[in-house]
Ligand binder design. Structure first.
Ligand code: 9D3
Length: 234
């Protein structure tokens, strides 16, 4: 998978890319990542990327020309253009089905905003998929891009050490249940014991207990997940 990340703060992303499970995947050439700083696409001597909003109001808006020209130039050089995604609080909320869909792409371009966001004409011209990671306010799109990359990359074959683990995820392939409680040694700690059923080696009983746990937990904590066709929080 090829990832092209567009940002005014490439150093926020480069730290993460050098650390996570991605670092190994990049080393092994399973994932290729390139960072693009659209400040380098400005033409004025002060390298101006933002300006005051027409109509007034607080904050600054990212200018249209450097963003559009940077993204177009990079996309033109790609073997296949893949999907362009704008991280924005106004996008559709990222869910595991969307993550699975993105993981099947061979190329993703992620556009990260700052300040009050981009000039609307960035969206009009580039027509990106607009994605939000949830209903809370971040300082910028970089953290959201890292969340998306983290979720997508672990589904790319060969990125995870253990191939088994992503298929069994509690949110993968239509499964929308919480996971059961896990225990390891010791059998007792400060009077807190491990459920007897997990200790006696009856695998049918263990499976049944875990399935019950999963349903009970989901009902208690995330009843919204059991409501079919609804991916919105209550
Ligand atoms: C408080 C400022 N808001 C009103 C003027 C607008 C606003 C602009 C830019 C709010 C947040 C941001 C920065 N956030 C993102 O770029 C972002 C984001 C988010 O804040 N929440 C959830 N998902 C995302 S994806 C990108």
């Amino acid at each position: 998978m090829r990832l092209d990340l567009f940002t005014l703060f490439p150093e926020i992303l480069s730290g993460y890319l050098g650390q996570s499970i991605l670092a190994k995947a990049i080393e092994r050439k399973i994932v290729e990542v390139q960072l693009h700083d659209f400040r380098l696409w400005t033409k004025d001597k002060h390298r101006t990327v933002d300006d005051r909003p027409f109509g007034g109001g607080p904050g600054m808006v990212i200018k249209v020309e450097p963003v559009v020209e940077c993204v177009e130039a990079v996309r033109a050089g790609l073997p296949s253009s893949g999907r362009l995604i704008l991280l924005t609080p106004q996008g559709r909320r990222l869910t595991q089905p969307i993550v699975e869909e993105l993981a099947s792409e061979s190329s993703l371009q992620l556009l990260c905003g700052r300040y009050e966001g981009f000039d609307q004409r960035v969206t009009e011209i580039l027509q990106p998929d607009e994605i939000s990671i949830g209903d809370y306010i971040l300082g910028g799109g970089e953290v959201a891009a890292m969340v998306l990359i983290d979720a997508v990359a672990r589904l790319v074959p060969g990125v995870l050490g253990d191939e088994r683990s992503s298929v069994e995820d509690s949110f993968s392939q239509g499964n929308r249940l919480l996971e059961f409680a896990q225990y390891t040694r010791p059998r007792e700690y400060r009077g807190h014991t491990v459920p007897e059923v997990l200790l006696n080696g009856n695998h049918d009983a263990i499976l049944k207990w875990r399935q019950e746990q999963t349903l009970q937990r989901t009902r208690e904590r995330r009843a919204d997940l059991l409501d079919p066709g609804d991916d919105r929080p209550i």
